[in-house]
Design a protein around this ligand. Structure first.
Ligand code: AP5
Length: 215
């Protein structure tokens, strides 16, 4: 099954993608994670996108479409792919459709996660992740059982994202409403949109997504 998780920054796309991966063995393709990895490894592309990401603006379509095409070409995701944070523009949505068709695959569903703006800001400002496995935590709603160790891999280092600050979050929300929210109508018109309430607790949102994915 190939699924897009669509929603504003901080909606919980990454959190829910990881739960779907654990349960179904899907592959999570997060363009945000790929871009951050490129920055950490100091590639030319990573250097090129660093300032754009820190501001909260969108990286060019060409770069992110290239990253997704590369991943699809590795053959990963035989059981299905969860697209997390991609597509974010109409051009990316058209490109994804072509990439999948060209590989004899198709998009099965687009799950829109509805979350209000205040919740997004609360969620982003309390977010931290495991430095090794990327498990996502929150200061108030999801702390590791042992504050010194990741629940998933035992790592004792955690990190916070450079773009999780007030200015960047505002720019990211603007980019979402300007560039990404038109995808809701785009996928609705194609009959692929399923919307879930993203305001509940993590497990409740997961249950809502599972039921939205049932035929
Ligand atoms: P990206 O990494 O994709 O960031 P984003 O879309 O802004 O989304 P986030 O990762 O911030 O949030 P999320 O929805 O995954 O929420 P999470 O699960 O972490 O992109 C970063 C940047 O890269 C972009 O700004 C852009 O520059 C560039 N980029 C990436 N893709 C691009 C593309 N396709 N085109 C162009 N540029 C691109 O949850 C957030 C917090 O809330 C966590 O602390 C979590 O524990 C908590 N939480 C989650 N669910 C709940 C819940 N139900 N209740 C309470 N707390 C919850």
């Amino acid at each position: 099954m190939n699924i897009i998780l669509l929603g504003p920054p901080g909606a919980g796309k990454g959190t829910q993608a990881r739960l779907l991966v654990e349960k179904h063995g899907f592959v999570q393709l997060s363009t945000g994670d790929m871009l951050r990895a490129a920055r950490t490894s100091g590639t030319e592309m990573g250097k090129q996108v660093a300032a754009v990401m820190d501001r909260g603006d969108l990286v060019t379509d060409e770069i992110v479409i290239g990253l997704i095409a590369e991943q699809l070409d590795t053959g990963a995701g035989a059981k299905g792919v969860i697209f997390d944070g991609f597509p974010r523009t109409l051009a990316q949505a058209d490109a994804l459709s072509e990439l999948l068709t060209g590989r004899g695959a198709r998009l099965d569903a687009v799950v829109e996660m509805r979350v209000d703006d205040e919740a997004v800001i609360r969620r982003i400002s309390g977010r931290f992740t495991c430095d090794r496995c990327g498990e996502v935590y929150h200061d108030d709603t999801k702390r590791p059982a042992d504050p010194e160790a990741c629940d998933k891999c035992g790592e004792n280092k955690f990190k916070r994202r450079a773009d999780d600050n007030a200015d960047s979050v505002r720019t990211r929300l603007l980019a979402y409403y300007r560039e990404t929210s038109p995808l809701i109508g785009y996928y609705y018109a194609k009959g692929q949109l399923r919307s879930v309430d993203g305001m509940g607790e993590i497990d409740a949102v997961h249950t809502a997504i599972e039921s939205a994915l049932r035929p």
